[in-house]
Design a protein around this ligand. Structure first.
Ligand code: GUN
Length: 294
């Protein structure tokens, strides 16, 4: 049976480390890392996510600046706010919660963020840096997955990594990160032929497709490490339940280690947002020597 990767405990440990570093930074340099969140409109799930981000930002001792704009806000007004935050020295990280209302061009807004403050790692410059292996800010969910993988396996060099899903937020940056770690990387997706066969070759299997329990147990190579990024709300016997993209109990019979849903990758995302904010504050003040190694 697989060991269960405790993302919740790992994330808590990471937040404690960030909190200690933040306290030390403030004491020695009077710099307090600050994160600004921008939320446009009424989407209830987005409100919950952003509230959690702000709560955890304060809990590690960082400054939290929250901006809420109504759903009718113009793109110009949003760009003006981003521009103000770009020039605010107390703000080291800027997060514009997605999705934005339809009348707003999300790509234009993301690319208006100062790349040095782009703690989501969504800016085209950070995406490009990741693609060519230059240091930059990396998207939080794939970064969290990499931390869990390195904790499990240590050196990833030469491993066969299969990522199921090709999104800009998870699949593609995950592939770039694993390539940087010298894995042999395959990105599989809905048009992949013999998906089961491709998955069976994976020493590292990352599932990020958003389809409940799509990855079957016998698609998992014996001894593989399985990272399940999916968070799918399903109804089982009239009860709402969260499940991943992997059939957890069947996969656990084959894998060496596997992340559960909930409690696996999920808690890592916000912890990595705080990690990026701390790193961004250090970089903006020329203190690369204070940054936390991965
Ligand atoms: N909406 C859902 N996930 C995310 C995220 O990681 N960042 C932002 N900005 N919006 C999101």
């Amino acid at each position: 049976m697989a060991s269960i990767i405790d993302g919740k405990a790992f994330a808590q440990n990471l937040r404690e480390k960030i909190s200690r570093r933040t306290t030390q930074l403030k004491k020695e340099t009077d710099i307090q890392p600050g994160l600004a969140t921008v939320l446009v409109g009424e989407d209830p799930a987005s409100h919950v996510y952003v509230r959690n981000k702000n709560r955890q930002t304060k809990a590690v001792g960082m400054a939290s600046f929250h901006h809420e704009l109504d759903a009718q806000t113009s793109q110009e007004a949003l760009l003006a706010l981003v521009n103000d935050l770009n020039h605010d020295d107390a703000v080291h990280g800027i997060l514009v919660q997605l999705p934005l209302p339809e009348h707003i061009d999300s790509i234009a807004v993301i690319n208006a963020i100062d790349p040095a403050k782009d703690v989501d790692g969504f800016h085209i410059l950070n995406v490009g840096k990741l693609a060519i292996g230059e240091p930059g800010l990396v998207s939080c969910t794939p970064l969290g997955c990499l931390m869990l993988l390195k904790d499990q396996l240590g050196d990833l060099s030469g491993k066969n990594a299969v990522i199921v899903g090709r999104s800009n937020i998870v699949g593609k940056p995950m592939a770039a990160l694993l390539l940087q770690q010298h894995c042999t990387v395959t990105i599989a997706h809905s048009r992949t032929q013999d998906l089961a066969g491709v998955c069976r070759r994976a020493d590292i299997l990352v599932a990020a497709v958003g389809r409940p329990e799509m990855i079957q147990g016998d698609w998992v190579k014996p001894g593989a490490v399985v990272i399940d990024v999916g968070i799918n709300r399903v109804e089982i016997e009239g009860k709402a339940k969260l499940v991943g993209d992997v059939d957890f109990s069947a996969a656990a019979e084959h894998a060496a280690a596997i992340t559960p849903v909930p409690g696996g990758v999920g808690p890592m995302t916000i912890a990595c947002l705080l990690y990026n904010t701390y790193q961004a504050a250090c970089m903006q003040h020329g203190m690369e020597d204070r940054m936390m190694a991965l």
